[in-house]
Design a protein around this ligand. Structure first.
Ligand code: FAD
Length: 424
């Protein structure tokens, strides 16, 4: 990997078959597939690191995964195989520790807990019975006939899984997402993805500003120069594409723009607190959930794997506001809630915060792609080749594997396969 290696001036067109934009799971997968087929590929990455939304954060000392953490649907996830091939240990054991629910800082009575669990089950039940074959619905519509106090509780679980409000989630897209067993990577999923970058030609600190695709080749410009290639695989998150920070000449075709309009980024985020000293008799791995206000649902994983960390999770519009407010506000909010749940002495244990606010991260602009109601064909439409030489790939184009590292990897491989066929 060429760390921070600049594109010196204008790279020779004939030298490069494919320029790949983004060194996340999709970009790496495309790079490996092209290399295996004997094609030359250069990967341009805006950040000073690889892995994108798979990132094992060590800024607090003990590590945790700030983005992806689970190898979902492990039975068919390529990362189960990649980990095994690299000798990286995975486990199906969760960190355990039990579960405690709170409402406004007070332990939730058993009856309320039961009602809450029951509300969560409603989404699956409604998906089984609702007729979404003739018309797509939002998940909120699906829950429309529940009691007014039950629907928001049922929908709140989606804030932590999809990272988005239920009225912005297509029921059809939600229904087709793959399910299966989850694996954890004790040494960090982000670290695993970064290891997979070995052997590829990656140029870090190269934020792409412009893509020209009207000539016989594609030319891609970053602040340090322009690179030309026969074709381009674009794996930046759709949040970045929608923000318009990359200038396309000519503009992207209407069908691609329409596909982008049918998708948006969710806003799941974690808030990591470094905590030292007293552990308040809480077993490592215990989950504390505060659900007094369903729209601000937040869950805390206490001392995961025995580490001096507490990891908070929240999503949707509340996470957007918190991301915009910044790390001090996030630390304050998480600390105030935990102090109410487990006692005021908790404040003294909090030493530092790391706040991977994906919603305001300029190279992510959100956690992962969500399909808007009525736009369930958008993922496939986004993956259609543009002008015979430009392909968009990434978790957003991964169909039932969307929103995951595994899906991004399959999408990156598929894009490389399409290009190989087009340019055979
Ligand atoms: C909080 C959170 C929890 C998650 N949990 C899980 C989980 O448990 N399991 C799971 O499978 N998935 C999870 N995900 C989703 C998973 O991280 C993503 O689906 C996956 O990493 C996306 O890979 P990608 O290659 O499509 O995009 P990315 O990883 O985002 O890669 C795109 C790359 O493009 C780069 N880029 C952006 N703009 C530019 C530019 N202008 N020029 C050059 N490069 C640019 C980015 O820096 C990035 O490296 C989670 C995500 C978040 C945020």
């Amino acid at each position: 990997m060429a760390a921070g290696f600049a594109i010196a001036g204008r790279a020779k067109a004939a030298d490069i078959d494919v320029v790949i934009i983004g060194a996340g799971a999709a970009g790496l997968a495309a790079g490996h597939a092209l290399k295996a087929a004997g094609r030359s590929a250069v990967i341009l990455e805006a950040r000073g690191r690889v892995g994108g939304r798979a990132w094992t954060d060590t800024t607090l000392g003990p590590s945790y995964d700030a983005g992806a953490m689970y190898i979902h649907w492990a039975e068919r996830n390529p990362w189960a195989t990649i980990a095994r091939d690299l000798g990286v240990q995975t486990t199906s054991e969760s960190w355990g520790g039990g579960f405690r629910a709170f409402a406004d800082g007070n332990p939730m009575p058993a009856d309320d807990r039961r009602r809450r669990r029951e509300a969560f089950r409603q989404i699956d039940r409604k998906l089984e019975t609702a007729d979404i074959s003739s018309r797509d619905l939002s998940v909120a519509e699906l829950l429309g006939d529940l009691a007014p106090e039950t629907a928001p509780v049922a929908a709140s679980g989606l804030l932590l899984s999809i990272g988005e409000e239920a009225d912005r989630i297509s029921a059809r897209d939600y229904q087709r997402l793959w399910a299966g067993d989850d694996l954890l990577v004790p040494s960090g999923y982000g670290n695993l993805v970064a290891r997979h970058a070995e052997g590829l030609d990656i140029r870090l600190n190269q934020p792409v500003e412009a893509i020209r695709w009207d000539g016989p080749r594609v030319s891609v410009t970053t602040p340090t120069g322009t690179i030309e290639a026969r074709s381009c695989i674009l794996t930046v998150p759709i949040g970045v594409l929608k923000a318009g920070t990359i200038r396309f000449t000519p503009a992207l075709p209407p069908a691609t723009e329409a596909a982008l309009a049918g998708l948006r980024m969710g806003a799941l985020t974690k808030i990591a607190l470094k905590v030292v000293g007293d552990r308040f008799d809480i077993a490592p791995g215990t989950t504390l959930i505060e659900s007094g206000k369903p729209e601000q649902l937040i869950s805390f994983e206490m001392y995961p794997d025995g580490k001096d960390l507490v990891i908070g999770y929240c999503g949707g519009d509340f996470a957007r506001r918190l991301s915009e407010a910044g790390p001090d506000a996030a630390r304050q909010h998480a600390t105030d809630l935990l102090a109410r749940m487990i006692g005021g002495d908790f404040r003294a244990a909090v030493k530092a915060v790391s706040f991977p606010a994906w919603w305001t991260d300029p190279f992510a602009k959100g956690s992962y792609s969500v399909c808007l109601p009525g736009h369930e064909a958008a993922r496939e439409a986004l993956a259609q080749p543009i002008g015979g030489k430009l392909l968009i790939a990434g978790e957003a184009t991964a169909g039932g594997g969307a929103m995951t590292v595994g899906g991004a990897t399959l999408a990156g491989r598929a894009a490389a396969g399409t290009l190989l066929k087009l340019k055979a």
